[in-house]
Design a protein around this ligand. Structure first.
Ligand code: SF4
Length: 337
């Protein structure tokens, strides 16, 4: 049985103007300080003029008073955040968080769903204020598994869910994950071959490079408390592909650490079933699209994580009921109830 997992950001009842980070507050304080100093200088200059400008000066004084009030509020808020070691604070809904939504940052919750690829029903749902999906694969997969009570569950998710520990937890619980690896390689940014273009040969413990040369094991080092194995080849000297492969004078080196076995095995499963990502897309992406079409405005109505979770559960229930009515007649549904 295949389950597709995905997450989507829903706006919280908290405007961006009522959400602060320490950096943002420091920036605001510096800007207000600078403006107040500038306006005070203008007032001083006006005092020295022979013709009084009562209206302009009064307007300037009002501006300074308003900015001073905002400055004081910002200082108090920053002091509180430093004292309590909070990096972010939302004033209307304290549980909501700033999250990246497309090209902008909004104050949101992150809703997660696990959808059955056959019936397209939502099997498990969750709402979190974690801005990223990385740590949610196993929670959603185990949640779906518990509800379905089936052996041999397969789950598919996009690269945002790629995390060695999450993949391991799924495997330890008998769930087979399909999650592509994100390409975070520095070589990719430089336009050089990435590690994905080197094929590992388990039989010989070598990597085969794009020029079809074998990079053999050279040495093992301890990095961040874990063993890392390094592979290299002398064939880099005089290789016609070298300019596309490395800028290192010593030639190209490939590193491998223990956690990579899990990532590589996951990639291998995806290679064997290349249609998995297409199935993920067709199973789960329209769910959020449909839910967001229903919502106008497209944000939660409740405040606080627990209340928002309840609200989302009702949305999921509504979604599933509509879906069931597409699959079965009302009579069949009533009989089943
Ligand atoms: S530079 Fe070295 S690793 Fe890269 S393609 Fe050439 S031989 Fe292979």
């Amino acid at each position: 049985m295949l389950i597709a997992i995905d997450g989507s950001k829903f706006l919280a009842v908290n405007s961006r103007e009522r959400s602060f980070t320490q950096d943002r507050l420091r920036q605001t304080i510096a800007t207000l300080d600078e403006r107040i100093t500038k306006y005070l200088a203008r007032l001083d200059a006006a005092d020295k003029e022979e013709t009084p400008r009562r209206t302009e000066d009064a307007a300037l004084a009002a501006k300074i008073a308003a900015m001073s009030e905002r400055l004081e509020e910002s200082r108090v808020l920053l002091g509180y955040m430093e004292e309590t070691n909070k990096n972010e604070i939302s004033l209307t809904d304290p549980d909501s968080r700033r999250m990246i939504v497309g090209p902008v940052t909004e104050v949101c919750y992150n809703a997660q769903v696990a959808v059955d690829a056959t019936s397209h029903l939502i099997v498990a749902a969750e709402v979190t204020n974690d801005p990223v999906d990385k740590e949610w694969l196993s929670t959603m997969a185990l949640g779906a598994n518990q509800i379905l009570g089936k052996d041999g569950l397969e789950v598919v998710a996009d690269k945002g869910y790629s995390s060695t520990s999450e993949l391991k937890t799924c495997l330890d619980n008998g769930i087979v994950p399909y999650v592509p690896r994100p390409l975070t390689s520095a070589n990719q940014k430089l336009g050089l071959y990435t590690k994905e273009e080197f094929r590992y040969e388990a039989g010989t413990d070598t990597y085969v490079c794009p020029a079809r040369n074998a990079l053999t094991f050279r040495f093992q080092a301890q990095e961040k408390g874990r063993p890392v194995r390094y592979y290299a080849t002398q064939a880099c000297d005089g290789c016609s592909l070298r300019s596309q492969c490395t800028r290192d004078k010593r030639g190209r080196r490939i590193s491998w650490h223990a956690d990579e076995a899990v990532l590589e095995a996951t990639e291998q499963r995806l290679r064997v079933k290349p249609d998995m990502m297409l199935k993920r897309k067709s199973t789960v992406e329209h769910v959020f699209g449909t839910m967001k079409r229903w919502r106008d405005p497209r944000h939660f109505l409740m405040r606080g994580l627990e209340n928002v979770r309840t609200e989302f559960s009702l949305t999921v229930l509504g979604y599933n009921l509509r879906r069931v009515l597409n699959l079965r007649s009302v009579l069949e549904l009533v009989e089943a109830f």
